[in-house]
Design a protein around this ligand. Structure first.
Ligand SMILES: [Zn+2]
Length: 246
């Protein structure tokens, strides 16, 4: 079966053409939960027309694919048990639990593990409590690291005159955004991705301060400052399952 590809914004959507059961059938478009996209077409359908049909529905297909991806991510929700690997800056760290020396719970990043020190060791059996503790730690790390990277790029990018207003929050379907007023929002989950990926999202949003849409000039600017943005985008896409909607 031949696979074809259309592009939509920064996504590439692969699809297959299948014969329709009825001779005079209209083109049918199907998106499956495992990410397959099929077009059913009568035997003599014009390939250009099929391609155009898929292109015209690319936004809808993209939305369906993202929805299925989110659903899948929910199904592999973590257990928060000892030894389970959690990501930080692109590296996997197994969780380790230890009794705390005082009354306070804390999380520390070791060379090879994420160490959770608990004032009450029974907490390690409660995934909701462990998750809260870990999420708090991720929030704090995101505050620091994102601020530092934003500041770095605010200083070196010539069209950025001052540190922008920014915030981070968990988002289900995007890594970042830039409002009409130039306020930048980053997905908190980016803290689980490698620094070059975080940087590429930050520069992407900074580029929106100059060019609002994803036009040619936008990509020329992004390319100038992040020449390997396509590879980084691919790396981020590959992390989507693990990182988004967790
Ligand atoms: Zn954008």
């Amino acid at each position: 079966m031949t696979r074809y590809v259309v592009s939509y914004n920064e996504e590439l959507i692969a699809y297959e053409v299948r014969p329709a059961r009825k001779r005079r059938a209209a083109l049918g478009l199907y998106v499956y939960p495992d990410g397959r996209v099929h077009v059913t077409a009568p035997p003599r359908a014009d390939l250009n027309k099929i391609h155009q049909h898929v292109q015209e529905h690319a936004e809808w297909i993209s939305r369906q694919l993202k929805k299925f991806m989110r659903d899948a991510a929910h199904k592999i929700s973590p257990s928060y048990k000892s030894g389970e690997v959690h990501l930080y800056l692109g590296k996997g760290y197994p969780l380790r639990f230890e009794p705390a020396a005082d009354l306070f719970n804390s999380v520390d990043l070791g060379a090879e593990s994420l160490l959770l020190r608990l004032s009450n060791m029974t907490v390690m059996k409660d995934p909701v409590e462990v998750r809260t503790l870990l999420d708090d730690w991720y929030l704090g790390q995101a505050d620091e690291i994102f601020e530092c990277r934003l500041r770095h790029f605010a200083e070196i990018l010539p069209w950025v005159s001052q540190m922008p207003q920014w915030r981070h929050a968990p988002m289900k379907s995007q890594w970042g955004s830039c409002s009409a007023k130039g306020k930048i929002a980053l997905n908190t989950q980016l803290i689980k991705c490698p620094i070059p990926c975080i940087d590429s999202v930050i520069v992407h949003e900074f580029c929106h301060l100059k060019h609002r849409n994803h036009g040619k000039r936008f990509y020329a600017l992004l390319e100038k400052h992040v020449p390997d943005w396509r590879d980084l985008k691919r790396e981020l896409n590959a992390l989507t399952h693990q990182v988004l909607a967790v």
